[in-house]
Design a protein around this ligand. Structure first.
Ligand code: 8YV
Length: 324
C-alpha cells in the first residue's frame, strides 16, 4: 500500500506529479472548501508532510499519529518545533545549497538598491517628478570599496561576501559563532565581535538563522552602534531585528537606510515602513526565482521520498530521528 503525503502549503502540479509516482498525495484545495479543515482531516493518515511557511509543533501535529517526516521547502527551519519532532521521532528535512546563490543575489540587490535609491527613484520618475536635472538631494552613496559586514557567515553569507569582495572590492568583516579560516584566506575576511562589526561596517547584512539566541539580535542598542551613514540589510528572518526600533532609526536618520526582505509579521500588511523612502521593502523573495524554487521543490521531494522509503534523507536536520 502506498504511503500518504499531505501538502501543508500550495505545491506545484509538477511536484504533485512526481510525488504521485510513489505516494498517495493530498493537496488541500480552496475550491473544495476550507483548507484548514481538509488538512486536519487528512493529517491522521499522513506519513509525510511537504510544504513551507507554516508553524508545526505539538499543537498542529497532535493528531498526526502516522507521521514519519516533514519535508520543508526552505532552508530555514525556525517554523518547526525541533525538540517536539525529536521527542516524537519525526524526521525534519530542509533544502540548503540550492538556494544559496539566488538568495545572495537578492541580498546584494538590496545593498545596491538601498545605496543607489533604485526603488525610490524609480517610483519618483514614474510619478512624473523628473522635471529637471536631479539635485544632490537625490544622490545615493557608493557601494564599491565600502566595508561589508556579514552577520552569520554561512553559505549564503559567504556568497554575498564573495560578490562584495570580488565584484566590488569591499573589505569584508564577519561575526558569528565560529571563525572561518578558509574564507579569511579566500576573501581576506576579518572576524569581529557583533558590536565591532556594527560600528565599522558601511553595509550590515543579516544572514543568521532565527533562534531564541538571535531573536532581536539587532535592537535599539545595536542600531545605535551603527554609523548614521550605514545601511542594514535583512534577508534572514524578521524577528532578528526589533522592527519598531529600526523604523525609529530610519525615521530619525540615525541610520541611512534599510533593505528588507523579511519582517516580524509576514505578509507585511500595514507598516510605517511604507512611508519610509529610505527603506526598500520586498515581499520575502530571497529564493524566489523559477530555477531555484524548482530546485528546492525537487530537493524537498527527494528528501521526503528517501525518508519514506527508509533511506537517510540528504538534508536531515535532526539525524537522531533516523532509524535506518
Ligand atoms: C522560503 C526561505 O521560500 O528557504 C528559506 O528559509 O526563507 C525561503 O527561501 C520560504 O521560507 C518559504 O516560502
Amino acid at each position: 500500500m502506498k504511503k500518504t503525503v499531505l501538502a501543508f502549503s500550495r505545491i506545484t502540479p509538477p511536484m504533485v506529479e512526481r510525488l504521485e509516482q510513489d505516494f498517495d498525495v493530498i493537496v488541500p484545495d480552496p475550491k473544495k472548501g476550507d483548507i484548514a479543515a481538509q488538512f486536519d482531516e487528512a493529517l491522521p493518515n499522513a506519513h509525510g508532510l511537504i510544504g513551507a511557511g507554516r508553524p508545526l509543533g505539538a499543537r498542529q501535529l497532535a493528531n498526526a499519529a502516522n507521521l514519519e517526516v516533514v519535508s520543508s521547502v526552505s532552508v530555514g527551519y525556525d517554523n518547526y518545533d525541533v525538540a517536539y519532532f525529536n521527542e516524537r521521532g519525526i524526521m525534519l528535512t530542509n533544502t540548503p545549497d540550492v538556494l544559496t546563490e539566488s538568495t545572495a543575489d537578492l541580498g546584494f540587490s538590496l545593498i545596491m538598491s538601498s545605496a543607489r535609491r533604485v526603488a525610490e527613484l524609480d517610483a519618483w520618475t514614474k510619478a512624473g517628478e523628473w522635471k529637471a536635472t536631479i539635485a544632490p538631494s537625490h544622490f545615493g552613496t557608493d557601494v564599491y570599496g565600502k566595508t561589508l559586514g556579514i552577520v552569520g557567515m554561512g553559505n549564503i553569507g559567504a556568497a554575498i561576501a564573495r560578490r562584495g569582495r570580488l565584484g566590488f572590492n569591499m573589505p569584508i568583516l564577519y561575526s558569528g559563532n565560529s571563525r572561518k579560516p578558509a574564507l579569511e584566506q579566500e576573501l581576506g575576511a576579518q572576524f569581529r565581535s557583533l558590536d565591532q562589526l556594527l560600528a565599522e561596517a558601511d553595509f550590515v547584512c543579516l544572514v543568521v538563522p532565527l533562534s531564541e539566541k538571535t531573536k532581536h539580535l539587532i535592537s535599539r542598542r545595536e542600531l545605535a552602534l551603527m554609523k548614521p551613514s550605514a545601511i542594514l540589510v535583512n534577508i534572514a528572518r524578521g524577528p532578528i531585528v526589533d522592527e519598531p526600533a529600526l523604523i525609529e532609526a530610519l525615521q530619525n536618520g540615525t541610520l541611512r537606510g534599510a533593505g528588507l526582505d523579511v519582517y516580524e509579521k509576514e505578509p507585511l500588511a500595514e507598516s510605517p515602513l511604507f512611508q519610509l523612502k529610505n527603506a526598500v521593502t520586498l515581499p520575502h523573495i530571497g529564493s524566489a526565482t523559477s530555477e531555484t524554487r524548482e530546485a528546492m521543490a525537487n530537493r524537498a521531494i527527494s528528501n521526503l521520498t528517501a525518508a519514506l522509503k527508509g533511506q537517510r534523507p540528504q538534508d536531515l536536520v535532526n539525524p537522531q530521528t533516523f532509524k535506518g
